[in-house]
Ligand binder design. Structure first.
Ligand SMILES: [Zn+2]
Length: 127
């Protein structure tokens, strides 16, 4: 799109965004999109605070492989001793499996990111 938004930014420079509608204004400047922008902003804020909340909870709950192993051992002993319902033991085992799978996926991702950074020190994205 060659056309530019016909509004100016707060610092007086012409807006360089592409118009999204026939009135020649971009998403940020179109008068008709004020309601849309407000809704999007609220939605974005809610999504960000949800992410922040989830991150805080996860940070306190990260389990190392040793933690998971200890938890599984304790659960197994509990089930065998009749202190823990077998169903709870099955759930713990299933969750532990998922935790390990996520950990493995995360490690692969981190290794891949490191490899990409090493192969392309300027951080350009190809493709
Ligand atoms: Zn604009």
């Amino acid at each position: 799109m060659d056309a530019k938004c016909s509004a100016t930014n707060k610092n007086g420079s012409p807006c360089s965004a592409g118009p999204v509608r026939d009135d020649g204004f971009c998403y940020w400047h179109a008068p008709g999109l004020a309601d849309q922008r407000r809704t999007d902003r609220q939605r974005g804020g809610a999504a960000r605070s949800n992410v922040a909340r989830a991150r805080k909870q996860i940070a306190g709950a990260v389990l190392s492989p040793a933690d998971i192993q200890g938890l599984l051992g304790a659960t197994l002993r509990g089930v065998l001793a009749g202190r823990i319902e077998p169903g709870v033991g099955t759930s713990v085992a299933g969750i532990a499996r998922v935790l390990i799978a996520v950990r493995e996926a995360t490690e692969v991702e981190e290794r891949l990111t490191a490899l990409e950074a090493a192969a392309d020190p300027h951080g350009r994205r190809h493709g």
